[in-house]
Design a protein around this ligand. Structure first.
Ligand code: GAP
Length: 440
């Protein structure tokens, strides 16, 4: 199997089984946008909830935020985005197709039609819009290209409301927009994306310790969501290639089938953002210590793309093997992220007493674990394959023994493990705990 095959198969599975669809598909799509279907949404919500639990609710030095996507244009003038958030662009002199110059092997020849490429120029990736009824330059606003600034501009508000002790951080999950020259590789490079970001404020001479702590925490996160660590690499960014706001950055890169590329970033942003906003807005953004010391905090920023997390989770989970002598494709999700935690089946769907008992067990489970599914389509073998393909870790079958045909087995069911295909009999009363323990 070639690497290209994996992406094709994954994209096809994602569409067929309701994880991810091309955006606006019935109108021919809109490049750089994808829509999450029912199972993709469940997967995404599980990932975002885990992130919030680990990095916001699970800590006492973190505060959650949900800032507006539209911000005063001065924010982006101050950060340098309006002037410099750009990628190098080249245009074909004949077919007029546009490419990112740094992604071309030959910067002189059009990869589509072979004609001469025009000169390289900087293309700004900010997506602009107009806010309000006036059609002049004062109405221009931008869809944020990162969630980060929503936290920097609220730094003083949070200090005034909560008086946090140093160090502390803000965390936020939300959409960001970038007019990428060449969106590509499924949900890897999007124009509408989602980020989970942390701005962690520290005393200036404390940044190295905080950077190291967050590096370790980001590694733990990979394990928590089931991203294969063996194919994830921490890459120290060369000082010459650092973003204008950063003094040190580590990229977490993942071996995607289309190459080893960025998954997440961990950046030391110094006091660049707070100091720049303080200067431009004339609002004092210094922190006052109990002993009267004042300083502008420095910032460590762990930044996680939601969509790239989903791609890395899907690729880490995608498995082809043979079970019971026949080939199968399945998603080996950690039960924590699996969109469906367990599926409940009646052994036969034309036996009302089996269906009634299975339904009762299903509804009891669903009260405690909402991500439980009902499946009575086709035979049990087919249901197993279908659930394997969407990564359901457990299948529960209600049979005649459950009803008491064999008195010793009354009120027991079979529970099948997705990865091994092994089935064991457990008591109905144990089911909730068994699944809850697995998804912790
Ligand atoms: N606040 C810092 C920041 O935005 P970034 O490296 O430009 O840094 C952070 O983006 C993360 O957002 C990336 O590591 C990646 O996971 C995700 N990301 C960035 N651009 C993306 C795009 N066009 N499509 C999908 N995800 C993207």
């Amino acid at each position: 199997m070639t690497h290209d095959d994996t992406m094709e198969k994954l994209i096809s599975l994602a569409k067929r089984r309701g994880f991810i669809y091309q955006g606006s598909e019935i109108y021919g799509g809109l490049a750089g946008t994808y829509d999450y279907g029912p199972l993709g949404t469940a997967l995404k919500n599980n990932i975002k909830n885990l992130w919030w639990r680990k990095f916001v609710n699970g800590r006492d030095d973190m505060y959650g935020m949900d800032a507006a996507i539209l911000m005063n244009a001065r924010v982006w003038e101050t950060t340098g985005h309006v002037a410099g958030f750009a990628d190098p662009l080249v245009e074909c002199t004949k077919c007029k197709k546009r490419f990112r110059a740094d992604q071309l092997e030959d910067r002189t020849k059009c990869p589509e039609c072979g004609s001469v490429l025009g000169p390289e120029r900087q293309f700004n990736m900010m997506l602009s819009t107009r806010v309000g009824a006036m059609e002049d330059s004062s109405s221009v606003s931008y869809l944020r290209p990162e969630t980060a600034q929503g936290m920097f501009v609220n730094f003083k508000n949070v200090i005034d409301s909560f008086h946090p002790k140093m160090p502390f951080g803000l965390g936020q999950i939300g959409k960001a927009f970038r007019n990428e020259i060449t969106p590509r590789d499924f949900i890897f490079r999007l124009r509408e994306l989602e980020q989970m970001e942390i701005e962690y404020f520290v005393r200036p001479n404390d940044w190295e310790r905080a950077f190291e702590e967050w590096r370790v925490a980001m590694g733990e996160w990979l394990d928590l969501v089931g991203i294969n660590r063996a194919i994830t690499h921490e890459v120290e960014i060369d000082p010459a290639d650092l973003a204008h706001y950063s003094k040190r950055t580590i990229d977490f890169e993942f071996e995607y089938p289309f190459g080893q590329k960025e998954l997440y970033g961990l950046a030391y942003r110094t006091d660049f953002d707070l100091a720049s906003h303080a200067k431009a807005s004339s609002v004092d953004l210094a922190y006052l210590e109990e002993d009267g010391t004042r300083f502008v905090p420095h910032v460590i920023e762990p930044s996680f793309g939601v969509d790239r997390t989903i791609l890395a989770v899907l690729l880490s989970a995608y498995t082809e093997d043979e079970l019971g002598g026949s080939p199968r494709t399945y998603l080996k999700f950690h039960p924590r992220v699996a969109p469906i935690k367990a599926a409940v089946f009646p052994l036969l769907k034309n036996k009302p007493e089996l269906v009634a008992k299975a339904r009762e067990i299903y509804l009891t489970l669903k009260k405690e674990i909402p991500q439980v599914a009902w499946d009575d389509n086709g035979n049990v073998g087919k249901r197993y394959r279908r659930q394997d393909e969407v990564g359901t870790p457990f299948c529960i079958t209600v049979d005649f023994d459950t009803l008491g045909e064999n008195a010793e087995l009354k009120d027991t069911v079979t529970i099948r493990d997705r990865d091994t295909g092994e089935q064991k009999r457990v008591s109905v009363s144990e089911l909730t705990n068994l699944i809850k323990t697995a998804i912790l």
